[in-house]
Design a protein around this ligand. Structure first.
Ligand code: C2O
Ligand code: CU
Ligand code: CU
Length: 480
């Protein structure tokens, strides 16, 4: 079966917003797609990996003419791709060379609350800190982004976002494209508005429902093309935009196969011609360019705007076949019972009125508790009106969950892998099974980043009598 559907509720799509900014390719020459290079470990042994991640300012040639003032991790814009090998002990030195405080949030990584880089872990300008953890979760495409409350959105807009790849032996054994930069390509989907002298101006473009720009920017490249030199290419898609939904499809309605979601492989591959990806979600897809010949160009669109052009070169035939069973997730999951606690989350409002469970976020308030290791049900709903409301991408820190149902029905066909972000339609209840593997204080929120900064966010304390989590300090928003 090939799905030709975006699944989400069309009346809630972002293009119905009053403040919607339509994508438009600027009249500039095509640029070779930037492929973020892998960050080199400072040192690696059989058991340990050491990295240094520096948040820095810089200038980047994005448009012809003046360079744009940008921020990035170990580079002037976005960042290098950080590779974490499952099973290894990871040591990362975090350095802040920005003019203001920041945090380093590991979106999707299962680590203790004090390492996760939520808003209670600021690193002040000129300071650094080393974090240590054991990476023990399935191979996935995660990301690192800034998370100081309430300036997460502005810092991400400046460029503080980069891919994090968790590798493991199981995924490495599958017959899928795996040469990073050749046939395994991250695609970080963002949009920006270029003002005078090619500068970004977050304040000028501010919208409490999420800042948008008309110019698609993919891996920091405007009007990109990619040279296809293998029959099959794996793309690791990340919606790294503050607000934008991407409704993706290729020219010729070329089919593609999704093999992984946010936090793991999917149990089985799923074929699509169209896919909607919302803020912070990831999808790994394999595209088979076998029917094209050298000189052809295949285009990836969002709605009707071309966002990446694929220039086809000659390649060797690839007869590899994906197995039907990609991963067995169930074997590692704790079960729920009829006494399993149910947490209720209601995302309400739009603009400045956004709230979670009728409240604005408060850094000093713990909103819920969950027992470490225990599988619990989360019933997450969106109380917006079906018409005029919006889709809210719901995200939880420090954990990967299973989507059980949408309004009592099956989740979408590509939601059967582990996820950390799930989008909820207006009027919908999404049920999740959530089990934390790490203790801590974690945030959960809408990932339209301006909604998160605007207060559609709450926090949870996760621990157990055996692993109490008592040594934490709740920062105050005012002290930031
Ligand atoms: Cu991408 Cu609070 O996270
Ligand atoms: Cu996160
Ligand atoms: Cu929202």
């Amino acid at each position: 079966k090939v799905y030709k559907d975006y699944f989400f509720d069309e009346p809630a799509y972002d293009y119905h917003d009053g403040g919607y900014v339509k994508l438009q390719v600027p009249d500039v020459p095509e640029n070779k797609l930037n492929i973020p290079e892998p960050l080199k470990p400072d040192k690696e042994t059989d058991t340990d990996m050491y990295y240094t991640v520096v948040a820095q300012t810089g200038e980047t040639q994005i448009m012809p003419g003046a360079k744009t003032k940008t921020w990035g991790y170990n580079t002037s814009l976005l960042g290098k791709t950080i590779i974490l090998k499952r099973g290894k002990h990871i040591h990362i030195t975090l350095k802040n060379k920005l003019p203001e405080l920041t945090t380093f949030h590991w979106h999707g990584l299962e680590v203790q609350g004090d390492i996760d880089g939520g808003c209670h872990s600021p690193i002040y300008p000129g300071e650094s800190k080393t974090i240590n953890f054991i990476c023990n979760q399935p191979a996935a495409f995660l990301w690192l982004h800034a998370h100081p409350c309430p300036s997460t959105a502005e810092q991400v807009w400046h460029g503080l976002a980069t891919g994090v790849v968790v590798t493991d032996q199981h995924k490495a054994s599958l017959p899928i494209p795996k040469q990073y930069g050749v046939d395994d390509i991250p695609l970080v989907l963002q949009d920006r508005k270029f003002h005078q002298n090619n500068q970004w101006d977050y304040q000028a473009d501010y919208d409490p429902d999420g800042v948008q720009g008309p110019t698609p920017m993919i891996n920091g490249t405007v009007n990109p093309y990619f040279d296809v030199t293998t029959q099959k290419v794996r793309f690791r898609l990340l919606d790294g935009a503050n607000r934008r939904e991407w409704r993706l499809h290729f020219s010729d309605d070329l089919e593609f196969t999704q093999i992984a979601g946010d936090g793991s492989l999917l149990p089985h591959p799923v074929k699509f011609t169209h896919m909607l990806i919302t803020c912070a979600e990831r999808a790994e897809i394999i595209v088979d360019f076998g029917k094209y010949k050298p000189g052809d160009v295949v285009t990836l669109f969002s709605d009707d705007t071309p966002i990446v052009k694929f220039r086809i070169h000659s390649f060797k035939p690839d007869h590899s076949k994906l197995p039907y069973d990609l991963i067995d997730l169930k074997k590692d999951e704790p079960e729920t019972t009829k006494d399993t606690p149910v947490h209720k989350v209601v995302m309400s409002g739009m603009d400045e009125q956004v709230e979670m469970n009728g409240k604005k976020f408060n850094m000093q308030r713990i909103d819920s508790k969950q027992k470490l290791g225990n599988a619990e049900i989360w019933d997450v709903s969106n109380s917006n009106d079906k018409v005029g409301g919006m889709i809210h991408p719901y995200h939880m820190h420090g954990v990967q969950f299973q989507v059980l149902s949408r309004n009592g029905h099956d989740p979408y066909p590509n939601e059967h892998g582990l996820k950390d972000t799930v989008s909820v339609n207006p009027g919908e209840h999404v049920r999740l099974k959530v089990w934390y593997t790490q203790p801590g204080i974690f945030m959960y929120h809408c990932h339209i980043i301006e909604h998160e900064d605007g207060g559609m966010m709450a926090q949870i304390k996760v621990d157990s009598p055996k692993h109490p989590y008592n040594h934490y300090k709740l920062m105050d928003m005012d002290t930031l």
